[in-house]
Design a protein around this ligand. Structure first.
Ligand SMILES: [Fe+2]
Ligand SMILES: [Fe+2]
Length: 333
């Protein structure tokens, strides 16, 4: 479903250059980046670039898969067949995004088992937004509007990421995220314009709960974002956390007027001189608390992923047995 700026891992040591050959390769790599060339899986790349990408793409993949859980909770509770079919399609899309992204990360030499072990062991992060609960049906619409909306804002620049397999995966993902955002907005629009007072109150309550966590999806302020500068130099990241967050606030402020909801920020105000909206301070202590494992649903989300992995053991074993038989038959033929 989404990324938040994925620069939360502990600082890594930069790989030191070991030889003149390697220095020449590094210089050529930097020149290619400066020229805006794509980097492919088979190309030489610095170890730190590879590790940064593995961390970012695998965290993105984990976010897509964990992101299926809050909405999956509503699949059996959708109010109409139409909304159920839309939600099913969306949740399936998110699973697909996770699979594309695991495949993209595997091109960098890290296996899916390694990535999943890091997630299940609590070592790898996923977007903190999915550690919040979906308390009412309107939360599903608000996730589409705000969470998928923030995801699009984050991910469109990734279609120009210097690492080509990631950039290619993002093209299709962004098209699907656009559908996700629209279905959420449409669902809220119907409730706000044609619904009852109770439905309008439900939508407003969901907006109140999801607005600030959505702003946190862009990651910490630029000044506190330790890996951002290097990622921007390498063309992995094209726009800073604060730039993306501002674009998102500007877009949502207008969309909220169309919906007839109030964004829960008394300081949100158009600033004519800046040509942007001003907005209130974000509670970063909440962000770090949730990232650190103490959000409302962290334990539940991770337990659900571990359970899914354990429940799927027979499928993996059957697939391996089938492949062994196929290989043996091929050898015998
Ligand atoms: Fe999505
Ligand atoms: Fe997605």
């Amino acid at each position: 479903m989404c990324t938040q700026a994925m620069d939360l891992a502990p600082k890594e040591e930069r790989a030191g250059l070991r030889s003149a050959d390697e220095a020449a390769l590094a210089a050529r790599f930097e020149a290619r980046i400066d020229a805006g060339e794509w980097i492919e899986a088979k190309d030489w790349m610095p170890e730190h670039y590879r590790k940064t990408l593995v961390r970012q793409i695998s965290q993105h993949a984990h976010s897509e898969c964990v992101g299926m859980l809050p909405e999956g909770h509503w699949l059996t509770r959708a109010p109409t067949l139409k909304r159920k079919a839309i939600l099913l399609a969306k949740v399936q899309d998110e699973g697909g995004h996770g699979l594309y992204l695991y495949a993209a990360a595997e091109t960098l030499g890290t296996s899916r088992d390694q990535m999943l072990a890091a997630l299940h062991g609590g070592k790898a992060k996923y977007s903190s937004i999915f550690n919040y609960p979906t308390l009412a049906w309107a939360d599903v619409g608000v996730i589409g509007w705000l969470v998928d909306g923030a995801a699009i804002m984050n991910q469109v620049p990734l279609t120009r990421c210097s690492y080509a397999p990631y950039a290619r995966a993002m093209v299709r993902i962004c098209r699907e995220e656009s559908f996700h955002q629209r279905q959420g907005f449409d669902s809220l629009h119907v409730m706000m314009k044609e619904g009852t007072d109770a439905q309008r109150a439900m939508v407003q309550d969901a907006v109140d709960r999801w607005w600030w966590p959505s702003l946190m999806m862009f990651g910490p302020p630029d000044a506190d974002s330790q890996n951002s500068a290097q990622s921007m130099r390498w063309g992995i990241k094209r726009l800073s956390n604060d730039t993306l967050r501002q674009k998102f606030v500007d877009a949502c402020a207008e969309q909220a007027k169309v919906l007839g909801v109030t964004l829960p920020d008394p300081l949100l105000k158009w600033n004519e001189a800046r040509g942007r909206h001003d907005f209130g301070p974000i509670d970063w202590s909440e962000f770090w608390r949730v990232v650190g494992g103490d959000g409302p649903c962290n334990t539940e989300r991770l337990a659900a992923r571990v359970q899914a992995w354990e429940d799927g053991a027979w499928v993996r074993e059957a697939a391996l047995a089938h492949e062994r038989k196929r290989a043996a038959r091929e050898q015998a033929a």
